[in-house]
Design a protein around this ligand. Structure first.
Ligand code: NFE
Length: 471
C-alpha cells in the first residue's frame, strides 16, 4: 500500500520551531512525529548561579509565559528556603498569573486558531490562504463578524499584559514575583486599574469569546470526533486555595478514567528519540547528567519525553477541567478549544473573587538567608498546562535546575517503549480530505497551543526552515 509522508516545517501560529511529520495511507494518518527543532539549554545557564536570581532568569525561558516560570521558580525557592509567603502576596502574584493565562488564552483563540476556521483573506494582508482549499465553512455574515473579532480581541491581550506590569513590575518577564510573596506595595490606584482591566476582559470573554467558540463548534462539529488521543490527563492545582471566594481545581491525574493525586516520584524523562545522551536514555527530573548529541541515531526532537508511571499524559485546560469534573463532553481537537474558552471565563470569575479579599498593604520583603544545601519543587498552572520546576542548592548556589513545561508533555517525541506523545497519538487515525492542503493537521496540533520555546531552546540547523510539502 502506498504511503505518503507529509512534513510541515515549521507549523505556523504556534510558539517556537515545531515540525510535524505524518504517514498517510488511504488518506488516513497512520503515524506521526512531533519534532522540536531547538535545543533546551537553559538549565545549564542556571548552574552555579545565586538561587534568588532564579525567578528572573527562568522567566526568560519564554516571552509568552514568563509570569508562569517566575512563579514556579519562586515556589521551588520558597520550599528550599523554608519561607511561608504572606497571603496577600500570594493573591497578588496569583492575580498576575491569572492575567498571564488570560492574555495567552485570548491570543491563542483569536490569532492562532481563527485563521484555521475563519476566512480572513478579505481583512488581513497576512492571511492569503486560498479559501477554496481551506475548508472554510462559515456563512458570509458570520465570517465577517468573526473576522472583525480577530482584530477587536487584540487590545484585550494587551490589557492583560498591562495588568501584569501593574501587579508585578513589567511584562513580559515580571520582576515583582518573588519569594515571600511579591514586591508590590499595592495602592488604591493599582487596585482600581487591575479591577477595571479584569472587568473589561471578563465582559469581552462573555460577550465575544464564548459565543464565537460556540459558533466554531457548530460549523466544525466533526472536530469533536478528530484529534482525540489517549485521554490520560495530568493537571496541577490552579487557584485552589481555600480562602479564595471562588476556587478552580486541586488537580491530579486521570489514567484510563481513574483519578488520583499527582505523585511526582512517578515522573521520568525518556530520551531515546531526543538528541540528548544519558545512561539508559531515561532520567529522573533532578540529579542527572545529560549531553546534547545532534547526531544521535533515531532521535528526531530536542524535546524530552516526560512520562507518568510510563503513561503519555495530556496537560492543559481540557486536562484541568476534566479532572475538576466540570467538563465531561469528551477528548478531541474541538473539546480542547471549548475547554480553553470555558476555562477563560472561570479564571475571570476566580480573579474577581480574589479582588474581593486582596488588601492594600506593604509587601513583606526582607533579607532571605540561603541554606548551604537544600532542594525544592514548584508547580504552577500555566496556560498550556502543568509547569514544573525542580532545584537543588549546594554551597549556597544552584547545583541543578530542571524545567518540565507543559509542551514537553503534549509535544514530546515517542518514549523508550515507542509510545507516542499526546499530540502524535491525537493525529493518528485522522482522515485527510485533501492531501495537497491537509488542514486537519494544523487544526489538531494547534488545539494543544504548543510552545516549543518552553519545551526547548537554541535553534538547530538540522533542517532547512519554511518547507511544507509532500515527500
Ligand atoms: Ni512558552 Fe509555557 C505555558 C510554560 S509552555 S508558553 O503555558 O510553562 O509549554
Amino acid at each position: 500500500m502506498a504511503t505518503t509522508q507529509i512534513v510541515i516545517d515549521p507549523i505556523s501560529r504556534v510558539s517556537g520551531l515545531l515540525e510535524i511529520s505524518v504517514q498517510v495511507e488511504n488518506n488516513i494518518i497512520t503515524d506521526a512525529r512531533s519534532s522540536g527543532l531547538q535545543f533546551r539549554g537553559f538549565e545549564e545557564m542556571f548552574r552555579q548561579r545565586p538561587p534568588l536570581d532564579m525567578p528572573y532568569l527562568t522567566g526568560r525561558t519564554c516571552g509568552i509565559c514568563s509570569t508562569h516560570h517566575a512563579l514556579a521558580s519562586t515556589l521551588a525557592l520558597e520550599e528550599a528556603l523554608g519561607i511561608t509567603p504572606s497571603f496577600n502576596g500570594v493573591i497578588i502574584r496569583e492575580l498576575a498569573n491569572g492575567f498571564e493565562l488570560l492574555q495567552n488564552h485570548i491570543r491563542h483563540f483569536f490569532q492562532f486558531v481563527f485563521p484555521d476556521y475563519v476566512s480572513l483573506a478579505d481583512v488581513s494582508p497576512l492571511q492569503k490562504t486560498n479559501p477554496a482549499a481551506s475548508d472554510f465553512r462559515l456563512p458570509a455574515d458570520i465570517n465577517a463578524k468573526m473576522s472583525a473579532d480577530y482584530f477587536i480581541s487584540l487590545p484585550f491581550s494587551r490589557k492583560a499584559h498591562t495588568a501584569i506590569a501593574t501587579l508585578a513590575g513589567k511584562a513580559p518577564h515580571p520582576h515583582g514575583i518573588f519569594v515571600g510573596g511579591t514586591t508590590l506595595n499595592m495602592t488604591i490606584m493599582q487596585y482600581n486599574e487591575v479591577q477595571s482591566i479584569l472587568n473589561e476582559i471578563a465582559a469581552f470573554v462573555e460577550q465575544t469569546l464564548i459565543p464565537d467558540m460556540y459558533v466554531l463548534s457548530e460549523y466544525y462539529s466533526d472536530y469533536y470526533t478528530l484529534g482525540s488521543g489517549y485521554g490520560n490527563f495530568l493537571a496541577e492545582g490552579l487557584f485552589s486555595e481555600k480562602p479564595y471566594p471562588i476556587q478552580y481545581t486541586v488537580g491530579g491525574v486521570m489514567i484510563n478514567g481513574e483519578k488520583a493525586p499527582i505523585n511526582l516520584s512517578l515522573i521520568t524523562e525518556n530520551l531515546k528519540y531526543t538528541w540528548i545522551d544519558a545512561p539508559n536514555d531515561v532520567i529522573p527530573p533532578l540529579g542527572n547528567t545529560v549531553e546534547p548529541n545532534a547526531n544521535k541515531e533515531d532521535a528526531y526532537s530536542w524535546v524530552t519525553a516526560p512520562r507518568y508511571n510510563g503513561f503519555a499524559m495530556e496537560v492543559g485546560p481540557l486536562a484541568r477541567m476534566t479532572i475538576e469534573g466540570t467538563y465531561t463532553r469528551g477528548v478531541s481537537a474541538m473539546d480542547r478549544l471549548m475547554a480553553r474558552a470555558l476555562e477563560t471565563r472561570k479564571i475571570c470569575e476566580v480573579m474577581q473573587g480574589m479582588l474581593d479579599i486582596v488588601r492594600l498593604e506593604p509587601s513583606n520583603q526582607t533579607q532571605w538567608p540561603i541554606p548551604e544545601v537544600s532542594s525544592g519543587v514548584g508547580i504552577v498552572g500555566a496556560a498550556r498546562g502543568a509547569l514544573m520546576h525542580w532545584l537543588e542548592i549546594e554551597n549556597r548556589v544552584i547545583k541543578n535546575y530542571k524545567l518540565i513545561p507543559p509542551s514537553n508533555w503534549n509535544m514530546s517525541p515517542k518514549d523508550n517503549n515507542g509510545l507516542r506523545s499526546a499530540v502524535e497519538e491525537a493525529l493518528v487515525g485522522t482522515p485527510i480530505n485533501n492531501i495537497e492542503n491537509p488542514v486537519e493537521i494544523g487544526r489538531i496540533v494547534r488545539s494543544f497551543d504548543p510552545c516549543l520555546n518552553c519545551a526547548a531552546h537554541v535553534t538547530s540547523d538540522r533542517y532547512a526552515p519554511f518547507t511544507i510539502g509532500i515527500v
